[in-house]
Design a binder for this molecule. Structure first.
Ligand code: HAM
Length: 357
């Protein structure tokens, strides 16, 4: 945690993540009183006192979602589907989804003892930190990157093989739902996420292009956290992406997508300066219809305006020429086909909303 003493001699800690704050807000504002599940999202900066390296910063940004109130496996699958579909929508394809389970209060304590006993037998192979972790929380050994500790873990019993009936059924149901909607995943018995609040489903989305800090995002269930903070027991699930890592993983395809998203529906070209206010008004009205509209603000000649429309890949150019306007008309040119027609000013908006067809 990023903790320091301020000038007033107070110990301050900057937030390392937002799930716990969301849970506190949920309780404080009695959000559980309305219809459930409650779905929330955040985009915020977080702080962790970690050794900075590529993809790991002391201040970074997260985009996260949380759904509180349902224990259904379908909402785990919905959260995971949202995460995966968000990635493809911004042009990140080929990320790997890993899922695991942390068990619950029925099966985890017994498993922790089994794990502790198994690792204690190999304590001499573990690093100093992991020997301490063994006493405090043997699951934390899974966070260690030391090859000797990884080797000891590879042979140790896994949570996923020691789930109680309920946790097993939940885990299998999430897997089946993901299969049904065509989302590929790998079951990772070594996936143990770094927060103690997780229960049941956990998941992580990794990119092959990121090096050591390869997690784009992760999340899972935290069915006990609301009750632990003093609220009514409320199952919940969520995840967060690291924004800097998303940016690092954005391939050239992402940049290409961004261009496509910005393509222009209509460019309004104006010949006579006196018609600019009318063209401006028309541009705003077309934008209110949901069209992407560009107009010249640099006093360009008609020729330069047409060049600009081409560069912006405008679908149509509407030319406000003095002669046509005098007759209450404008010219509409389709840039791809070169086809031109005249349209009455009165029908312009209706016609624009139909793509001038
Ligand atoms: P987390 O796995 O600690 O989960 O963080 C989510 C993501 O934030 C990571 O996968 C990574 O992309 C990014 N991230 C974490 N630490 C750093 C760092 N030091 N520098 C840059 N990026 C970083 C959580 O925080 C949970 N609150 C997620 C969650 C929501 N679980 C349930 N609901």
């Amino acid at each position: 945690m990023y903790t320091f003493v301020d000038r007033g001699d107070r110990s301050l800690t900057l937030r390392p993540e937002a799930t716990a704050p969301v849970v506190r807000a949920f309780i404080e504002h009695n959000l559980g009183a309305g219809s459930l599940p409650v779905k929330l999202y955040y985009f915020a900066n977080m702080f962790r006192y970690e050794r900075p390296q590529a993809g790991r910063y002391r201040e970074f940004w997260q985009l996260g979602v949380e759904a509180l109130g349902s224990a259904e496996p379908a909402i785990d699958a919905e959260a995971i589907a949202l995460a995966m579909e968000y990635l493809s929508s911004i042009g990140i394809d080929g990320a790997t989804l890993k899922i695991g389970s942390m068990g619950d209060e029925n099966c985890r304590p017994a498993y922790m003892e089994t794990l502790r006993a198994a690792l204690a037998g190999k304590a001499e192979n573990l690093c100093e930190d992991c020997r301490q972790r063994l006493a405090l929380n043997p699951l934390r050994v899974f966070d260690c990157k030391n090859p000797a500790c990884r080797a000891a873990l590879a042979e140790a019993p896994k949570m996923i093989d020691n789930l109680c009936g309920d946790c097993r059924a939940h885990f299998d149901a999430v897997g089946a739902l993901l299969g049904q909607i065509g989302i590929d995943f790998e079951i990772d018995p070594m996936l143990v996420r770094g927060f103690d609040y997780y229960t049941s489903t956990t998941f992580e989305i990794q990119s092959a292009n990121l090096g050591a800090q390869n997690a784009l995002g992760g999340g899972g269930r935290y069915d006990r956290l609301v009750a632990d903070y003093g609220g009514k027991p409320t199952p919940a699930v969520g995840f967060a992406f690291g924004i800097e890592r998303l940016i690092m993983a954005l391939p050239a395809a992402g940049a290409h997508n961004a261009e496509a998203v910005q393509s222009t529906d209509v460019f309004i070209a104006v010949i006579d300066d006196k018609d600019r206010p009318l063209a401006f008004k028309t541009a705003v009205e077309m934008r209110r219809l949901g069209l992407t509209v560009e107009i010249d603000y640099m006093g360009r000649s008609l020729r330069s305006q047409m060049k600009l429309a081409d560069k912006l890949q405008a679908v149509s150019v509407v030319v406000f020429g003095p002669d046509e306007l005098a007759r209450g008309k404008v010219t509409v040119r389709n840039l791809a086909s070169g086809e031109e027609k005249t349209t009455g000013l009165k029908n312009l908006l209706a016609s624009a909303s139909k793509g001038f067809k």
